[in-house]
Design a protein around this ligand. Structure first.
Ligand code: AMP
Length: 424
């Protein structure tokens, strides 16, 4: 089977690396890809917003499956357009991608199908929003309804902060994505990421992870796309997975089918594990980045077989097996990130880092005259396996130290909560 993978980040490099090991695979293409992905796939310069050009490419290259990595093409209806052209796609329809594209949509689904989540209100008027904030009190959370490049959420510790977030949002700080706000109660607990592969009817549990969103050590400083992750999430013990499946995932699958938008693809639940059990913070409709990197390190089964089963509605007959070890990835970012990252700084030592026993997944790199250079905020993922999170962490940082890149930095404490827990 020939496969086309859409995307260019660390998540897609990990998917390409795993897909490339499948005996079912003939040729792997990636649009647009990056220099790391180019070691596993033929990178093609297709414009991802040009759905007709992608369909033409698929016909020309006899593509048997398209795997869509990021959310933006899914929310824009790429899967629908390819399916209409008779092409098999792993990824949700535009209607099902509303689970990520509209926070208000997801909250209404939760209300209608009894899915545990924070109490909320959808609002478009700032006076009404202010009244609701005063009624509920702080801490309180203000969210832009649409996709705002990971910047649309304010966890406000005071009413004043919440009111300012509403003003910014409804005032156009996030464009159309912020024309409506969702205001919800603050949830207390431990966060975890939970993944399922879905085929419209069946959801197959597909691993757990925890990530570090803040740029600074000790989880301080501004939010980022993610500075590192590990899997499994210690808080997601088998009974918690069972509760999450029964209380959150199953009613979501039923609800989406009932709304005429059955969900297929990756369902990524951001959870808060509270004293009352798991509550949904948000859904994403694709793998997390960098969570995907640690999941792929641990997956024993053939990813291509599983994705095909999802596309064919056969997940009820499948299982996914995982290595017992922990996996951990450290994100290396360009100086300046998450503000304006410095571009074009040279990177070396990738082979030496691999020789130290890590996988290096490229996120924001490019080749300039044969030299690997930084070309984005998050640039490399250094991922390793270990019998404990501590061992995976030590291996990952040993490899990090072999990378020569004065233009970049990383956090030195990825996995710290899990390591503390192991010590206890
Ligand atoms: P998001 O951009 O939706 O992933 O949200 C960013 C972060 O905000 C989440 O990872 C949580 O840490 C936090 N958050 C979102 N909603 C809530 C909530 N209702 N209570 C507490 N924290 C929240």
């Amino acid at each position: 089977m020939n496969v086309l993978l859409i995307g260019s980040g660390g998540r897609e490099h990990a998917l390409a690396w795993k897909l490339a090991s499948s005996p079912l695979l003939d040729r792997l293409y990636c649009a647009p890809g990056n220099p790391g992905i180019a070691e596993e796939a033929e990178c093609v310069a297709l414009d991802v917003v040009d759905h007709a050009a992608i369909a033409d490419f698929c016909k020309d290259k006899a593509i048997g499956l398209v795997v869509v990595g990021p959310e933006a093409p899914l929310v824009a209806g790429l899967a629908d357009d390819l399916r209409a052209a008779g092409i098999r796609v792993f990824g949700p329809s535009k209607a099902a991608a509303r689970l990520e594209g509209s926070k208000g949509f997801t909250k209404d689904l939760c209300a209608r199908f009894d899915i545990p989540t924070a109490a909320y209100r959808r609002l478009t008027d700032s006076d009404a929003a202010a009244a609701y904030i005063r009624e509920r009190g702080a801490p309180i959370v203000v969210k832009a309804d649409g996709i705002a490049a990971g910047k649309g959420v304010t966890v406000a510790m005071t009413e004043a902060e919440a009111l300012a977030a509403v003003e910014a949002c409804l005032g156009g700080a996030f464009g159309i994505a912020g024309a409506e706000v969702v205001i919800e109660d603050y949830l207390e607990g431990e966060e975890a990421s939970f993944f399922c592969l879905c085929d419209g009817l069946t959801a197959l549990p597909f691993g757990t992870a925890q990530d570090h969103k803040r740029v600074g050590e000790g989880d301080t400083g501004p939010n980022t796309g993610g500075m590192g992750a590990y899997s499994p999430a210690p808080v997601m013990a088998p009974d918690m997975v069972e509760r999450t499946m029964a209380e959150i995932i199953a009613p979501t699958m039923r609800g989406m089918a009932e709304l005429g938008a059955p969900f297929s693809g990756v369902l990524f639940a951001g959870l808060m594990i509270t004293a009352d059990g798991p509550k949904l913070i948000e859904y994403n409709v694709r793998f997390g980045d960098p969570e995907c990197q640690v999941l792929m390190m641990r997956l024993k089964d053939d990813l291509l077989v599983l994705l095909n089963a999802a596309v064919d509605g056969q997940l009820a007959h499948m299982s996914a097996r995982w290595r017992d070890e922990a996996a951990l990835t450290v994100v290396m970012a360009a100086n300046g990130y998450p503000g304006t990252p410095e571009k074009g700084t040279p990177i070396s030592g990738i082979d030496e880092a691999r020789a130290a026993g890590a996988e290096i997944f490229h996120a924001g790199t490019v080749l300039a005259d044969g030299q690997l250079v930084a070309n984005g905020g998050r640039v490399l993922n250094v991922a390793a396996i270990g019998h404990s999170v501590r061992e995976a962490q030590t291996r990952a940082y040993t490899a990090v130290d072999r990378i020569e890149w004065p233009g970049g930095f990383c956090r030195r404490d990825i996995g710290w909560q899990a390591v503390e827990r192991e010590k206890a």
